[in-house]
Unconditional design. Structure first.
Length: 308
């Protein structure tokens, strides 16, 4: 199975630790998919600055294929983060830097490359909305992270997008079970194949157009110190995707109820393990001294992303 992350990359800058970690929703999903056994790659625009060099180096060291990505003249995205009682809180950033300001617009050569994958994942933080219908016209599945903000729940945002999505992910930790169920049903009613809602400690829910599935969050091992919750939603999504792909999910071939239940259980377990990892997937380094001494200096890009 082959999975492509198409869109955002950032540096997650932990203010309380003085550490920088590679991240970004689309990067994270690709990295986690590779950890789940997929042949994974990332397609996006990197900044030309030193944090961009760091990002590319770390992703390459993980074995992630970034060979079709580009480097833009500009700053890398930075998301400023603080950990409070184990939970990561976003404090600000630079709106995604050059990655969002000058995203990759798919050309014929890109489309030929993308068609070699089983699934392409993107997100609201990728400035890829205009490209989703293009992706949906290929023989690939499309997943998309709709995050948690109200602006991405609006009819003006969802109506043109949802019909092109095979799986939509929504962060619903601030919603009740009834509210989450209603939201998932509404996204599928707008045309998405399936909608998956993550609810943190309350577990997750999925609606496939016929049945509403629920899975409890996997209890954490209390003997191990929790690092943070960065990337938990991305980890759950990647595990669900890989499980479904492994069971035969494909364009025009919906997964069975048993396969969905198994995928959700796998996702819950993988997301729980993510709580013990620093940052999205480790590979951190000390924040450059000049920035630690003057936090007003961002140095490179990235906007807050509650879904991660």
């Amino acid at each position: 199975m082959k999975v492509l992350g198409y869109g955002d990359n950032v540096i997650d800058r932990f203010l309380d630790r003085g550490m920088d970690y590679p991240g970004g929703n689309c990067v994270n999903v690709a990295v986690f998919a590779r950890a789940r056994g997929a042949d994974a790659a990332y397609l996006g625009a990197f900044g030309s600055d030193e944090p961009g060099v760091f990002l590319r180096s770390e992703l390459t060291s993980l074995g992630l294929d970034i060979s079709h990505s580009v480097v833009r003249d500009g700053e890398t995205g930075i998301a400023e983060v603080e950990v409070v009682d184990g939970d990561r809180i976003f404090r600000g950033g630079n709106e995604g830097g050059v990655t969002v300001r000058e995203p990759i617009i798919l050309q014929e050569s890109d489309l030929a490359y993308v068609e070699g994958f089983d699934l392409v994942h993107s997100s609201v933080y990728s400035a890829s909305e205009t490209q989703v219908p293009v992706l949906a016209g290929l023989d690939v599945l499309v997943s998309y992270d709709l995050s948690s903000e109200d602006e991405f729940r609006s009819a003006s945002y969802l109506d043109p997008l949802a019909p092109h999505l095979d799986l939509a992910l929504l962060s619903c930790s601030h919603s009740t079970e009834a509210e989450t169920a209603e939201l998932l049903r509404s996204v599928v009613a707008k045309g998405a194949g399936m909608a998956l809602g993550t609810r943190g400690e309350a577990g997750s829910m999925l609606f496939d157009g016929e049945r509403l599935y629920r899975v409890a969050a996997r209890p954490l091992d209390v003997t191990r110190p929790v690092a943070d919750t960065m990337g938990c939603g991305d980890a759950l999504l990647a595990a669900v995707i890989c499980s479904l792909l492994g069971s035969g999910w494909a364009k025009g071939r919906a997964p069975t109820a048993a396969h969905i239940e198994a995928a959700l259980a796998t996702g819950s377990a993988f997301a729980a393990e993510q709580c013990f990892v620093d940052g999205a997937f480790g590979h951190g380094r000390r924040t450059p001294r000049a920035i630690r001494q003057d936090p007003a200096i961002l140095g490179s890009g990235g906007g807050p992303s509650p879904a991660r």
